[in-house]
Ligand binder design. Sequence first.
Ligand code: PLP
Length: 399
Amino acid sequence: MQKSDLVGKLKPSPTLALNQKAKALQAAGKSVINLTAGEPDFPTPDRICKAAIEAISRRETRYTATSGIVELKDAILKTIEKKYGRKYGRQSVIVANGAKQALANLCLALLNPGDEAIIIAPYWVSYVDMVVAAGANPVVVKTSEEREFSPTADQIASAITKRTKLVFLNSPSNPTGGVYSEKLLRDLASIVKRHPDLVVVTDDIYDSFVFDGHPFFSIAHTDLPENQLVVINGVSKTYAMTGWRIGYAIAPADLIGNMDMIQSNSTSNASSISQWAAVEALNGDQSDVFEMRKVFEQRRNEALVLLQKIDGLTCFKPKGAFYFFPNLNAFIGKKSPSGKEIQNDLDLGAYLLEECGVATVPGSGFGAEGFTRLSFAASLRDLENGIERMKLGLSHLKH
Ligand SMILES: Cc1ncc(COP(=O)(O)O)c(C=O)c1O
């Protein structure tokens, strides 16, 4: 079958690919510890499931407005006002089938061929492909482990050209767990304000998982004008609701209108039942969220000690989200016991999965060769065993 030019330009999501490979090996009877998950390992809280069951009983089972039910929009607007002190109207919010769709629609609604979008590496894999799908050019700004994967304000300033339309921010970050400082975000807001046509999209999907008692801080907390800001969030991570597919965007009303037009011609509304569940998620008692954050933080603390004991590996202490992003460059160029040369992080990921029984996601898919992502949205037992397998496997690699 023929394929479109666009398909030729896109890459399959490496996170999903590795997860599937790990599951296939497990199904074939192999012992594999899967540390690739990009989702909490907790069940969706009962209060939210009950709200969905009640919505079905009430037969809330028809199409809704493309942009979502009023009750959910109001719950989102209340959440946004409480979090950032920003007051928006209903015409500034759209509910989508996950934050992923909200981001994809944003790119399609805003970007033209030849436009540039700044993406900070290591990045969440989909940003690049979404920009490419919109015909625009991703401009990647690299960061380093030494600087805790944060860019400098100067790096961003010098990446801006006349063609730059959009800057992506994601803090806490997938894949690094890095959190940008308040100072950096205030400096970035000052830079962006000097370019009135530039828009910042802040993907705040991990905002509930910031550790060590620090408050969450986003560029949406600064004085960046409303017409230069898009906030993306959803219920997937905060409420362990990845399968329910509810995300949202907050943006200037005309941009939301254009995103609505795109969504109305592709998927229409997000599931009516999931929308009612999300109303409860946002409006109800938030103690389940605090509990989950506590567990993630405890796992981070315990598993990090084990990771940092691996000879040759360095690992930045994540300040948020639920990922470790260790540097494995010291092992590239070595040989496995079966004589296979480890030429890059993809070979290393395949070795760890196939010969050591631990699945991680190689860094090159995130724009960071030589690194790998390990999720701590896994039980402490799996983390301990997985890291032990990594330690043993890596110790068997020789020059
Ligand atoms: C940084 C980031 N943004 C957005 C998403 C998409 O979330 P969803 O579409 O489930 O709301 C993810 C999911 O992995 C993510 O890590």
